[in-house]
Every structure is written in structure tokens, then in C-alpha cells.
Design a protein. Structure first.
Length: 392
């Protein structure tokens, strides 16, 4: 567990905390100064000396991002691709699966809207079925029900680790055991969990995992990554090919790379990638277990404070809950609450049904206010937010 001195140091290394109470980490975290400075310095050099030339100068350091992410995930560096964001990463994996008519996709009620739209888009061109696992009494994936949904036609299990609209932490390891038992592809959306909770792809048992840099990893916007297990790499065919992802071997022939970078393309935001590496290394230096312990503590503390208010309802479910705290204020729209807190320099966000339609409709919730804590937040900041809510 972090000490008070640790938190003081983290905040001293994060210039943004002097300006705002930032409780929108599930949207985009405040980066540590080392991330901000590395991105700005790199861009300054690019503008001064040329993009290709500066890339060559920092080539080895930038290449280190693959090893850093692999360390974070307990994976191998050749199983990592660096992409523009989590959606691009998730889509690269999903579109590489050779679906055929009659295949089934199993997903969860908490699935993210973009993921479900991809299933619907696939259905327009191919006769595939989408099955949604019901939740158990705690509001998380019913693992027993998942087992019962699997048939010989099941091609993919696609699960969100931590959804966009709730503190729920899905039982991903139990799901992984089922996927392995039936030898079914398992795609995990770790957009909200990377940097918040330990991700060990071997323990989880997933074949593919997508994540973003800007949220709990505290990296730059416009960065993300994809893990593709060496177990399944050969059976996945990228939807996009260029001279980076493949080699043009003869006039009418080409060959994909033999590592996960076959899902990348030639041009990249190298200042962002360098910033992503700095962010991952910063987290590795701090320790993800202590980060999770701190986030879990702050999330629980905020829910307790909110539940003490007569006109506030919290909506988080699941046996385990993380740093996303979803709530509503009686008689006030989510936008009103967000804007009210913004006046006092407190950043939160709000979500409506289209962001997580299956879950929101099933639970009869039209919209939520989302306050998302990180390890650099303090209890005093949470108390300040609650105090300002009382003024509504």
C-alpha cells in the first residue's frame, strides 16, 4: 500500500493536480510529468531536425515500448502491436478472425457500444449469431450460464474486463478457463483495466487483449496496443496490409510478418509511442498491485461518501469493483451534475444509454455521472466533490 509520502511524490510529479481535481481518469488521466515532457521534447526535436531523423535518434528507446508492454502483461515482446487507440486495436483483432456463416459470438451485457456495433456490422455481410451471457445475482457475467451457451458453432468469446459505465470487474480468469477448455478464441477489452489492475494474460487465458494509453495507463491520447498470443497468431489474418505489416516477396506474392506487428501499419505517432513507453515504465516502477489497492480503496471510499447523501444513488455492480464510480442525483440530469462540478474545478464525465446500451437498458438506467479515481487522487479531493454536490 502506498504511504502518504508516496502519494505526495506522485502528485509532485503530476503538474495537472495543481489545476484541477481530476476524477475523469476513465476518460483520460493526467499524465506524469515525465510523459508530458518526453512527448513535448520529441515533438520539438521533430520540428527542428526532421521526423525521420529524430525517429532514428530515438529508435532503440521507442522500440523498447514492446518490451515494456509485454512486461506489464506477462507476455512476449513479439506478441505486442502498438496502434492508434483501443478501438483500432480491438477492431484489428476482431476483423482478423476468419468468421464464416453460422458462427456464433458470445459477449456480455456490459459490452462496450463500439464492440457491439462491430458484431452488428459483421452480421450485415455474414450470417453470424450474437449471444449475450446473462448476469448473475451480483451483476457480473454468469460463468455457469456462459458454459451453457457454448456450442460447436461458437467462434469467439468477447468480454469487457471493466465496462465504461460501472466499477464492475468481470471474472475474466474464470471465463478464460472455459475458453481454453473448449478451444475458443477469447478477446478481452482491457481499455479501462490496463493500468488499474494487474493484467497477466497467461492467468487470464485470453488470446487477444486490447487497451488504450490515455486512461489508467496515464499515457498520451492517440496511443493503444494489442496483445495477440503466439498460440493463435497464425490463424488471424489482418484486414489491412501494407509494407510494414507484410513483405512484398514477388510480383504477385507477399508474406505477413511473423510477429504481432503484422497488425500495425507504416506511419505512427512516435512522440506518443515514446510517451506511452514512459507511462508504462512509470507504472511498472510504482507497482501495479499497489496501484490497484489504492484505486480499490478510493473507489470504495467515494461510493460510501455518495451513498451517505439522501439524493444520490450509486449504480456499480459486481463482486469486485474498481475505480469507476457511477451515480445519479435526484432531479438533476447527468450533464447538470457534470457542469456544476466543473464550475469548481472538479472533472467528471457522464454517459447515456448509447455508450453501453445492453447494460443500461437491462438495469433501467438512462444516464450516469461517472467519477473515476486514480492512485494520485486523495480522500480530500473526494470529500471536496461530495461537498460541492451538496450545493446542487
Amino acid at each position: 500500500m502506498f504511504t502518504d509520502n508516496d502519494i505526495t511524490r506522485f502528485r509532485s510529479e503530476t503538474a495537472g493536480v495543481k489545476n484541477v481535481i481530476h476524477l475523469n481518469n476513465a476518460g483520460s488521466s493526467l499524465p506524469p510529468d515525465v510523459v508530458r515532457e518526453s512527448v513535448l521534447d520529441y515533438l520539438q526535436e521533430e520540428m527542428t531536425f526532421g521526423g525521420y531523423e529524430v525517429h532514428a535518434k530515438y529508435f532503440e528507446e521507442i522500440e523498447g515500448v514492446y518490451g515494456s508492454i509485454a512486461h506489464l502483461l506477462n507476455a512476449n515482446a513479439d506478441e505486442i502491436a502498438v496502434l492508434e487507440n483501443a478501438t483500432v486495436a480491438w477492431t484489428a483483432a476482431f476483423q482478423a478472425i476468419p468468421f464464416k456463416a453460422g458462427d456464433e459470438i458470445i459477449t456480455c451485457q456490459a459490452d462496450y457500444s463500439s464492440n457491439y456495433l462491430a458484431y452488428l456490422h459483421l452480421q450485415k455481410n455474414l450470417d453470424v449469431a450474437v449471444k449475450v451471457v446473462p448476469n448473475d445475482e451480483q451483476g457480473q457475467v454468469d460463468v455457469g450460464a456462459l458454459d451453457g451457451l457454448i456450442t460447436n458453432a461458437t467462434r469467439l468469446i468477447s468480454i469487457v474486463h471493466i465496462p465504461t459505465n460501472s466499477g464492475l470487474v468481470s471474472p475474466v480468469e474464470a471465463i478464460g478457463k472455459i475458453a481454453r477448455r473448449y478451444d475458443i478464441l477469447y478477446l478481452l477489452d482491457a481499455c479501462q483495466s490496463a493500468g488499474q489492475i494487474k493484467l497477466d494474460v497467461e492467468q487470464i487465458g485470453c488470446d487477444m487483449l486490447s487497451a488504450t494509453g490515455r486512461k489508467y495507463l496515464r499515457g498520451p491520447r492517440g496511443t493503444g496496443f494489442l496483445y495477440v498470443s503466439s498460440r493463435v497468431k497464425e490463424q488471424l489474418i489482418p484486414a489491412v496490409v501494407d509494407l510494414h505489416s507484410a513483405e512484398w516477396t514477388a510480383t504477385n506474392e507477399y508474406r505477413f510478418r511473423d510477429d504481432a506487428r503484422k497488425f500495425e501499419n507504416w506511419e505512427s505517432n512516435f512522440s506518443g509511442i515514446l510517451g506511452l513507453k514512459k507511462a508504462v515504465d512509470y507504472i511498472l516502477g510504482i507497482g501495479i498491485d499497489d496501484i490497484w489497492q489504492r484505486i480499490h480503496f478510493l473507489g470504495s471510499s467515494l461510493r460510501e461518501k455518495l451513498n451517505s447523501l439522501d439524493n444520490v444513488s450509486t449504480y456499480d455492480v459486481g463482486e469486485v469493483q474498481g475505480g469507476i464510480v457511477s451515480f445519479g442525483v435526484d432531479g438533476r440530469s447527468a450533464v447538470e451534475v457534470k457542469n456544476h462540478l466543473k464550475k469548481y474545478g472538479i472533472n467528471v464525465s457522464w454517459l447515456g444509454t448509447p455508450n453501453a446500451r445492453l447494460d443500461m437498458e437491462a438495469r433501467g438506467i438512462a444516464e450516469i455521472v461517472r467519477a473515476s479515481v486514480h492512485y494520485y487522487n486523495t480522500e480530500a479531493e473526494l470529500e471536496e466533490m461530495v461537498a460541492k454536490l451538496k450545493l446542487l
